[in-house]
Design a protein around this ligand. Structure first.
Ligand SMILES: [Zn+2]
Length: 190
């Protein structure tokens, strides 16, 4: 009886998405945190910095609903080509793992929590970052922090266009804003 009650309070078991790095989340307002103020844009997920090639696992089980392009130099010159994997949890929420070097699952796959789904990519081409680039981008390159998992939690699959581009939101939150802070769900990941 007591065990069952505890389970209900804790909710589904979740896995820390980048096992190679310590469980550490940027605090509210810090670089890489959800809704971080980046001047003309706000951050739509959390950034977990890790070396390129680090394995990424699914935080929880679900269905792969989309493999996409996260960033491309065709859109922004200082972006490298990276991928994203979107996994629907079955409770209406979608986890989107962005800025990956490679996706190791396919659309339609059922995945289990803890299953390898991709590897961390090098999102920024720092050789193409210059004085005209956004300050937060210059700061990432200055800190040698150009590779990361960009992780989003959304009520529906975000699509580039409108106020959303490359993991950021341009403008005020409105009815079309689909994102939630992933931090509370990450805090109890094992
Ligand atoms: Zn990010």
């Amino acid at each position: 009886m007591a065990a069952r009650k505890r389970e209900q309070v804790r909710g589904p078991e979740r896995y820390w998405p980048v096992p190679a790095i310590p469980r550490h989340l940027p605090k509210h307002g810090e670089p890489g945190s959800f809704w971080e103020d980046r001047g003309d844009r706000r951050h739509c997920g959390v950034d977990l910095h890790a070396p390129p090639g680090s394995v990424v696992v699914a935080m929880e089980g679900g269905t792969v609903v989309k493999i996409g392009i996260a960033t491309s130099p065709d859109t922004v010159p200082y972006w490298n080509l990276t991928r994203s994997v979107a996994i629907e949890s079955g409770d209406g929420r979608t986890w989107r793992y962005g800025e990956l070097a490679a996706a190791l699952v396919s659309e339609g796959d059922r995945v289990a929590g803890g299953q390898v789904i991709g590897t961390v990519g090098q999102v920024l081409d720092c050789g193409k970052v210059d004085a005209g680039s956004p300050p937060y981008i210059r700061d990432l390159c200055a800190r040698g922090a150009a590779s990361m998992l960009h992780l989003e939690l959304a009520d529906r699959l975000p699509v580039d266009g409108g106020k959303y581009l490359g993991g950021n939101w341009f403008g005020k939150r409105d009815r079309t804003f689909p994102f939630r802070d992933p931090a509370p769900s990450l805090q109890d990941a094992r």
